[in-house]
Ligand binder design. Structure first.
Ligand code: ZN
Ligand code: MN
Length: 135
């Protein structure tokens, strides 16, 4: 495999994540890259994801029980996970500002890192009627 083809695959992995607001998993990224490079392996996708993460271009999210998700936004921001559909949403930046300001005035020293995840049922799922169990 020559270097050009490898970097084209990495470009495809990167582009898919950058165009996605849904925090895709490696499997979702793999399915997409496969449409462009039918012979690509899941291992290659993982290798590219690791390289992009090490280069600081993407962020790996591993706060769910399921597979890791990948985020195009590498800055500190908060997430919201729907316990029904499992979708991961970004919380609005105003929430972060409010919390960071409160913590800054109350913390007994510097705060070097933090992360925050909210859980609930998303508005899409709230719209759907409950599926009744069959008797
Ligand atoms: Zn949902
Ligand atoms: Mn995010």
């Amino acid at each position: 495999m020559n270097a050009t083809k490898n970097s084209k695959k990495r470009d495809a992995v990167r582009a898919f994540i950058m165009n996605s607001s849904t925090h895709p998993t490696a499997d979702e990224i793999y399915s997409h890259v496969k449409t462009e490079f039918p012979k690509v392996s899941l291992g290659t996708v993982y290798r590219n994801l690791n390289q992009l993460e090490e280069a600081g271009e993407i962020k790996r999210l591993s706060f769910t029980d399921g597979p890791d998700h990948y985020d195009r936004d590498t800055s500190i921001h908060y997430h919201y996970i729907c316990r029904k559909c499992g979708r991961i949403y970004d919380m609005p930046s105003g929430v972060k500002e409010a919390i960071v300001n409160a913590v800054k005035s109350g913390a007994p020293g510097t705060v070097e890192s933090h992360d925050l995840v909210f859980y609930g049922v998303c508005s899409e799922c709230l719209k759907k009627p409950e599926i009744k169990d069959k008797v």
